[in-house]
Design a protein around this ligand. Structure first.
Ligand code: SF4
Length: 417
């Protein structure tokens, strides 16, 4: 490679017409400066094959952005685009056994090889003169490793790999400039769910919901509304659970009184409920699987944590103490004291502020779909924790969370992520 040229320029020299090059691309922002440079020397086709990207919506977003960029970037030069559908099982198979490897380790070597092998095959089948990848533009990607893998695959498939290091000549800096100029979408993690989990574990603050996220208490809350109305002499309607879903316990008691015309004063209803709730946290509630271990790991990493709940504060504090996790949290805050509900993001914003963290450095953990939607719309990264009572809202949860976990521990022990 000539000094200061990020690829072997002699490869492009021919009999006057440009040679055909297949450029594997991970995303539009990374491809921008590479396309700008290579299009001067080659007839380019961009291949978007990235089964590592998680989740599918992120894969689609990056693919659409790549296609748009190929179409709109250079007015006088045609850049062809070729994309595949989402084939995440190919990445999962490749990554098996390396889920816990750090970014830059063995999993990434396999991930590079997977994507470059598909590119080599495509280049051979479609009679390209060369193939290469945008990956070396990233300061986090080792160009020597990419060149070694690409060259070996080029030999295997009988198509030449263009040795390159697109970081050179300020390639990365230029890609950032072009991304801004074209208003491009750029994520803050490499792409796979393991890199996303690592990004989450680098947050400064964690904000946890209590019921259904830390505590296994949702079956109580599923039945508490009809049980309370019945105990007070009313006949609960089928839609009752849904009607009180995002209410605080205090507001729910007022609602029972009004909606069912209960003879008891609100204070009495609240007292009955309060006794039940106190018993729940002081005697019955257990932690969901993996919560204790996950909190210890987060504490070890110095992540500041709190609980932001719609449930009554004192009983939750008692539950946290009884279950031996009180030393993990800076504080518990609830909706009632902030005069809000989880239909607005105020509680998460206040919690982040009290933890001394910027919104972009805080992660919200929730199980309920309405709260997940609120936190996401509020600009937080959201981890959705599996809760059976939310099963019917699975689509909304997938769409509005960054990652969905069966157990929080899977963010650290990633084999089952
Ligand atoms: S961190 Fe990036 S390069 Fe490494 S396996 Fe994940 S997506 Fe692939």
């Amino acid at each position: 490679m000539k000094k200061n040229i990020p690829f072997d320029i002699s490869a492009s020299e021919g009999n006057g017409s440009k040679k055909k090059l297949l450029l594997h691309s991970c995303c539009a922002p990374c491809s921008s400066s590479v396309i700008e440079m290579l299009a001067q020397y080659f007839e380019l086709t961009v291949l978007y094959y990235n089964p590592n990207i998680f989740p599918e919506s992120e894969f689609n977003k990056r693919r659409d952005e790549q296609e748009r960029f190929c179409r709109e970037f250079l007015k006088d030069t045609k850049i062809c685009f070729a994309g595949t559908d989402y084939r995440s099982e190919e990445f999962e198979k490749t990554a098996k056994g390396t889920e816990n490897a750090p970014e830059g380790g063995e999993r990434c070597t396999r991930c590079f090889a997977l994507r470059l092998e598909e590119s080599a095959k495509y280049a051979k089948e479609n009679r390209f003169d060369f193939f290469t990848t945008t990956l070396s533009v990233s300061p986090l990607k080792d160009s020597d490793r990419l060149n070694t893998i690409g060259t070996a695959l080029g030999k295997k498939y009988g198509v030449e790999y263009l040795v390159s290091n697109f970081k050179k000549q300020n390639g990365y800096k230029r890609s950032v400039e072009l991304s801004k100029e074209f208003g491009m979408y750029r994520q803050d993690f490499c792409g796979c769910k393991y890199s996303l989990a690592e990004r989450i574990m680098q947050a400064k603050a964690f904000i946890f919901d209590a019921d259904g996220t830390l505590f296994d208490t949702m079956s109580f809350y599923e039945n508490f509304a009809p049980n309370t109305v019945r105990a007070m002499g009313g006949e609960p309607k089928p839609e009752l659970r849904e009607q009180i879903r995002s209410m605080t316990v205090e507001d729910a008691c007022r609602f029972f009184k009004k909606e069912y015309n209960l003879p008891h004063p609100v204070e009495e209803i609240q007292k009955t409920v309060s006794e039940l709730v106190t018993k729940l946290y002081c005697e019955i509630a257990t932690l969901k699987p993996g919560v204790f271990e996950f909190l210890q790991e987060a504490k070890k990493r110095g992540i500041k944590m709190c609980i932001a709940t719609a449930s009554p504060k004192e009983p939750v504090i008692q539950g946290v103490e009884r279950l031996g996790i009180d030393d993990c949290f800076e504080f518990v805050v609830n909706c009632a004291e902030l005069n809000t509900t989880k239909k607005e993001s105020k509680i998460y914003e206040e919690a982040a502020k009290m933890l001394g963290a910027d919104k972009k450095d805080a992660v919200v953990f929730e199980d309920a779909h309405h709260a997940i939607v609120t936190a996401k719309k509020g600009g937080f990264k959201v981890v959705a924790v599996r809760e059976d009572t939310e099963k019917k809202y699975a689509d909304i949860i997938y769409e509005n969370s960054d990652i969905f976990v069966d157990s929080m521990l899977h963010l650290v022990q990633r084999e089952n992520l």
